[in-house]
Each structure stands twice: as structure tokens, then as C-alpha cells.
Design a protein around this ligand. Structure first.
Ligand code: PLP
Length: 488
């Protein structure tokens, strides 16, 4: 039977590259300081070129085997060594990984295996504040660990150390604190949480994925930053992403442990097959040396002085943005944001957070070329818009605030988006585990996410509906939606 060929006969390199470049046109800009999530722009001339050149030089090196490619061991020891010098304690050891999620997966695996072999725990638990990154829930699900979620303080959005201490049991393998949390950018009380974990013999992971490379430099730039790293008694591991505030390209993070004995539980080794003996410190087997090389190059180039200056620029952007937001009528900044992340909500006429208006605001801003990230309501925590600030946003803050004022007036004048109560009642009855394809297609189409329709221009109607759905159904529908995006 004739089939379509898998690929064209072969195309000229210039044509292929031109097509790739054209594909970027519909993406949010990653440089220029108008996309306030997902991207980290140091605003330093030549940094992207340096990272690309360093990547290219090592793209074909296989990080799987440092005995064949010793350069990989040298680079990784340098990078992890820098992280240990900044955030470690004597004897700390770590690993370069592909990102925050992988660092967290590995920290949870390490804690699970440590609990099993050292403490005899067969059904381990992971105690985490409700604001901990979703990657911990992913790790718990992948690794067969039970997640025990403790609500945060609804006023400060910080983890409630006393409530977390009360949630610890003899099965607790790992306790988590974020510095800061992604959602609200506030720093959890690390010392208290770590002390409570130590008192029960449990490990404690500090998720400094987003804050780990900016907080110490903010301190150097003159800001007050509480100790939060492995120097704090009871903290046993820490994750820090170099592809965030260290401004390396994506695919660069480090997980660090108190000592070699702990890191040992992270490694996977297998000699029971006829191929080469396998030792994998990380999830991946074969991995390009390119990501490590570009991270190394960026760290070396920016250096201590560079990172201190960049942290100062982020702090400046944050101060100006916070002052501007606080002066806008009806806008409330959530908590006391520590380092570059800001979340705010908008009140309606009754003074309560107004989800519809907030999402109209995000849509209006998007139409003006800004991306602010909507975050839905959760437990007692209000829906909000999240902004990640980077040095490149400093020069944009005034323009952003100006457009925000205009967009807010427009959002207030727009018809509120509501969910048909009959649909909400119908959806509440659906069992996400047994939904058939037709029912899924029906609800998605109703939400404006029907197959082949692409993303709607305005997201407010979709997100208002999602916000009203029960969590498990929300997760099922989002998975189906993303599955329809990756349609093959
Ligand atoms: C605090 C925190 N932890 C973990 C992660 C996950 O990192 P990644 O997206 O690199 O997997 C993030 C990402 O924003 C984060 O902010």
C-alpha cells in the first residue's frame, strides 16, 4: 500500500532556517521585557550569542559518559561548585539537571529512597505548603509518594510552619519550603520548617528554583534577605534553576544535597544487562553537553559583579511596579513579594476579587502587546495576575503601568463573563475518570476550546469556566485540550 513519505526529499538549509524563523512570529516575544512570565531576559548585549556559541561547541558531546568526555565532568564540577559556594554548606554535593522539574523529581526520589533504606519507611509522605510548585505533585505521582498539602496563611501567602509541623508523621520523608513561591513570590519560613523536619528525622528541601540565583545577589546589592539555603540547620537539599535568574538558556538547573551520602540515593546504576554499565545521576541517559556548556559560559561571563548589578535592576523594577500597582484603584498586591515576582488581584464593586474583570484585564493587556499570567483561585487564595520581572523589564515598567490603567478602565466597562449555573451543575456531576470522548469534546467545545478551533482570541470566557470546575475535571479537560494541540 503506498504511503506518504515521512519527510520531504531534502530542503536547502537556508529554506529550513527561514521556515523556523517564520514560526516564531506568532510566539510571545522572549526579549524586550513585555512578556512577564516564562522568559528571563538579562538585557545584556551579546549574552544570547555567547550561550548559543557555547551550546554549539558542545552540542554533539554526550554527557552520559564523563570517562569518554571528561570536559563534561570539569564543566559540571565548576557549575555545581559555584552553586555550592553560593547556596551550600561544607560537604555539599549536587548534580546539573535539565530544569526545576527534574531537580525536584530527583530530590523527591532521593528522599523516598533515603526514607526506605535508612528509616524503613515503605509508604512515604511529602509534606508541602499549598503554594509549593506543581512539580512536587508530579514527583509524588511519578514516584508513589503521598502528597500531604498544608494550607498557607491566607493573608501573607507564606507557608504556615506550625501547621506544617503538625502535619508531620513517622512516614514523612520530605518537607518542602519555597524561596520564593512561584505563585505569589513570597518566601516561606525556612528555618522553622527545617527545624520541625529535623525534629522528626525527616529531610527538608528548599525550592529555590526561581529565587536561588537572585536572593544572594539581592543581599549583596544591599537588600535584606533571610538565610534560606543549606547553611540553615535542617535543610538537606535545595534546587536552583540557572535558566531563570542566572539567565542561562532553558535546560539548566542544579539540585544540591547536604552531603555525598544523601546524593547517593539519587543515582541509578544498572549492570544487569549485556550492554555498557549504566550509571545515570539524572532522569536522562544520553544528554547533550551543550546545555551544561552554555550555562557554564553564562555564569563565567556575567560573574559576581554582573549578577549583583542584574539583581539590583530587578529590585528596581519590582519597587517601581509595586508602588505603581498600589496606587491603582481597586488593585491589591498579594503578600510581600521578595524577589522579582509580583501577583496582584483586582476588586469589583463589592470589594471582593473580581475574576471576570481580572481576566478581561489580562486580555486587554495582551491586545496591547503585554503578557501577564492569569492564576485562578485556589482554596482561600484569590485569582490574580502574575508578573516575573527581569532586568529587561526595568525600562518597561512605566509603559506597563500606563497601559494597565487604561486596560483596567476598559475591563471595568466590559460585560462580566459568567458561567451558566446549569452548565456548572452539570459539570460538577461529571466523573473525570470515566468521561468518554464525546463528553470531553462537548465540554471543551462549550468552553471555546473545540478541536480545530485553535485558541480563542480572548481567554476570559475559557478561564472563568475553568475556574468554576472541580479540580479533577479541570485537570482532565486541560490534558485533553493540550492533547488536541499536539494532535498527532
Ligand atoms: C519555585 C519553582 N519551582 C519549580 C519550578 C519548575 O521549574 P521548571 O519549569 O524549570 O521545570 C518553577 C518554575 O517556574 C518555580 O518557580
Amino acid at each position: 500500500m503506498p504511503t506518504d513519505p515521512a519527510l520531504p526529499d531534502g530542503r536547502p538549509a537556508t529554506e529550513v532556517l527561514a521556515e523556523l524563523r517564520a514560526l516564531r512570529a506568532a510566539d510571545a516575544p522572549t526579549r524586550g521585557g513585555r512578556t512577564f512570565a516564562y522568559v528571563y531576559d538579562a538585557g545584556l548585549e551579546g549574552l544570547d550569542e555567547l550561550a548559543a556559541e557555547a551550546y554549539t561547541a558542545f552540542a554533539t558531546v554526550n554527557g552520559l559518559d564523563p570517562t569518554v568526555f571528561p570536559s563534561v565532568a570539569r564543566l559540571e564540577n565548576d557549575v555545581v561548585g559555584a552553586v555550592a559556594a553560593l547556596l551550600g554548606a561544607p560537604g555539599a554535593q549536587g548534580t546539573f539537571t535539565s530544569g526545576g522539574t527534574e531537580s525536584i523529581l530527583l530530590a523527591v526520589k532521593t528522599a523516598r529512597d533515603h526514607a526506605r533504606t535508612v528509616r524503613g519507611i515503605t509508604e512515604p509522605q511529602l509534606v508541602l505548603p499549598s503554594t509549593a510548585h506543581a512539580a512536587f505533585h508530579k514527583a509524588a505521582a511519578y514516584l508513589g509518594v503521598q502528597a500531604v498539602v498544608v494550607p498557607v496563611d491566607p493573608v501573607t501567602f507564606r507557608a504556615d510552619a506550625a501547621a506544617m509541623a503538625a502535619a508531620l508523621t513517622d512516614r514523612t520523608a520530605l518537607v518542602v519550603a519555597s524561596t520564593p513561591s512561584y505563585a505569589h513570590g513570597v518566601i516561606d519560613p525556612v528555618a522553622e520548617i527545617a527545624a520541625a523536619a529535623a525534629a522528626r528525622g525527616a529531610l527538608c528541601h528548599v525550592d529555590a528554583c526561581i529565587g536561588g540565583w537572585i536572593l544572594p545577589y539581592l543581599r549583596r546589592a544591599g537588600r535584606e534577605v533571610e538565610p534560606f539555603d543549606l547553611s540553615v540547620p535542617g535543610v538537606t537539599s535545595l534546587s536552583v534553576d540557572l535558566h531563570k535568574y542566572a539567565y542561562a538558556d532553558k535546560g539548566a538547573s542544579v539540585v544540591l544535597y547536604r552531603d555525598a551520602e544523601l546524593r547517593r540515593h539519587q543515582y541509578f546504576a544498572h549492570a544487569g544487562w549485556p550492554g555498557y554499565p549504566v550509571v545515570n545521576p539524572t532522569v536522562q541517559g544520553t544528554k547533550s553537553g551543550g546545555l551544561l556548556a552554555q550555562a557554564w559560559a553564562v555564569l563565567q561571563h556575567v560573574g559576581e559583579e554582573g549578577y549583583t548589578a542584574l539583581a539590583g535592576r530587578v529590585a528596581e523594577a519590582s519597587d517601581r511596579l509595586l508602588a505603581g500597582l498600589r496606587s491603582l484603584d481597586g488593585v491589591r498586591v498579594l503578600g510581600d513579594p521578595a524577589a522579582g515576582l509580583v501577583a496582584f488581584t483586582v476588586a469589583g464593586e463589592d470589594g471582593a476579587p473580581d475574576l471576570s474583570m481580572l481576566l478581561h484585564l489580562a486580555d486587554e493587556m495582551r491586545e496591547s502587546g503585554w503578557y501577564l499570567q492569569p492564576q485562578l483561585s485556589f482554596d482561600a487564595l484569590p485569582p490574580n495576575l502574575h508578573l516575573t520581572l527581569t532586568p529587561a523589564t526595568v525600562g518597561q515598567v512605566d509603559a506597563l503601568l500606563g497601559d494597565l490603567g487604561t486596560a483596567l478602565a476598559k475591563a471595568r466597562a466590559l460585560e462580566p463573563v459568567t458561567v451558566d449555573p446549569a452548565l456548572a451543575a452539570f459539570a460538577a456531576e461529571l466523573d473525570p475518570d470515566t468521561l468518554g470522548p464525546d463528553e470531553v469534546a462537548g465540554v471543551l467545545a462549550f468552553a471555546g476550546l473545540g478541536e480545530g478551533t485553535g485558541l480563542p482570541g480572548r481567554m476570559a470566557p475559557v478561564l472563568v469556566l475553568l475556574d468554576a470546575l472541580p479540580g479533577a475535571l479541570k485537570e482532565r479537560l486541560l490534558s485533553e485540550f493540550v492533547g488536541s494541540v499536539f494532535r498527532i
